[in-house]
Design a protein around this ligand. Structure first.
Ligand SMILES: [Zn+2]
Length: 363
């Protein structure tokens, strides 16, 4: 419907295609409401946003269910004894540790900085939204640049990772993780004691993996966030491989050939060397926040190692119940592991506090 030309009367209500335009206008208004400036400022959007939203969602979960997540002090005592008695520690870290530190991908921060994408695609959380097939690279990188900046270049609000570092200080320990968010390295886990097997939010690679190199993305990511409009970055910011001109992609395992660059290969070698070094020793295998996403990477091999080493002990801490946390590992049915296996269904941050307190008291 076209309005009568030359008429001074207001146009008739829109129908058909014009209704679509009305809807788009509303959408653009919504998109316009997403203020990305706090992502680029010096203050931490995780801390500010979650504090203004009341509290961390994970803390709220714990507070709502005190009984279920209360920590058994005897179990913490047992874990502390094993920690002190161990000659070496192999710590397997999953997403539950980052969640305990305050990286809540589905909470107030997601609602605030992804309101336009949520309105458009009904994403339930930041990470899952990343798997969406966006209509253009400009839209893809508008989404991913916000995600990378939040998950890689801003600290989580909690100090859980630093607590783990304090607990491991002076011990013969190695950390093996599926997390890709830099938290552990930033908190001070030494490079030579850390293997992030699944990649890194802070790195790009060629999507064809035409050469075994990764690229730090921080400067480009900041520009993408600063210069995007209506959920799209300018076309000239879309990254392409400097060798073969294919699109660049995240250096994350899954969906495309994964580049294992020199740093990754070195970390992998150090991990293998650590496994040889602890063979037959009194080892504490500690699983922190391991979920069900990729059980075969950390949970299954660590349980297998524990079973094979009669001097070892295996402990897990997560919000999952025991059956869920150790699912598929058969540790509970294994007589060889009787008395050498412990699961704490609890907040990792709280358990680390209790272990550090015991460590202080011991000194
Ligand atoms: Zn290439």
């Amino acid at each position: 419907m076209t309005s009568a030309s030359g008429s001074s009367t207001p146009p008739a209500p829109a129908t058909g295609a014009e209704e679509g335009q009305t809807w788009r206008a509303t959408q653009e208004q919504r998109e316009g409401a997403v203020d990305l400036a706090p992502l680029l400022s010096g203050s931490n959007p995780w801390t500010v946003t979650q504090a203004s939203a009341g509290s961390l969602r994970n803390r709220a979960v714990l507070q709502c269910d005190r009984e279920r997540f209360s920590v058994d002090p005897e179990a913490v005592d047992r874990l502390f004894l094993e920690l002190c008695a161990s000659e070496a520690l192999l710590v397997g870290v999953g997403s539950g540790l980052s969640f305990a530190a305050g990286y809540d991908y589905g909470g107030a921060v997601f609602a605030r900085f992804f309101a336009d994408f949520i309105a458009r695609y009904h994403f339930s959380d930041m990470y899952r939204g990343g798997f969406h097939q966006f209509s253009s690279p400009e839209e893809h990188w508008a989404y991913w640049s916000r995600l990378i900046l939040l998950a890689c270049y801003h600290e989580p609000p909690g100090t859980t990772c630093s607590k783990l570092v304090r607990l491991l200080a002076g011990r013969d320990a190695f950390v093996f993780t599926t997390n890709v968010d830099h938290c552990l390295a930033r908190a001070g886990v030494p490079e030579e004691r850390l293997f992030a097997i699944q990649g890194d939010f802070g790195l790009w690679q060629c999507s064809r993996a035409c050469h075994p190199k990764t690229y730090v993305n921080e400067a480009q990511v900041r520009r993408m966030v600063a210069e995007q409009r209506n959920g799209r970055i300018p076309s000239d910011l879309v990254p392409y491989c400097p060798v073969c001109a294919a699109p660049m992609c995240m250096n994350l395992r899954g969906g495309h050939p994964f580049v294992e660059d020199e740093a990754w290969e070195k970390a992998c070698t150090r991990y293998q060397e650590f496994l040889e070094h602890i063979e037959g020793k009194r080892v504490l295998y500690l699983l922190l926040g391991i979920g069900d996403n990729t059980p075969t990477i950390i949970r299954t091999p660590l349980c297998r190692m524990a079973r094979a080493n009669p001097r070892s002990f295996i402990a897990s801490i997560s919000l999952e119940d025991r059956g869920h946390a150790l699912a598929g590992t058969a540790v509970e049915d294994d007589p060889d592991l009787a008395g050498r296996c412990l699961h704490l269904q609890a907040d990792i941050d709280l358990v680390l506090d209790l272990l550090l307190k015991r460590q202080e008291q011991k000194r």
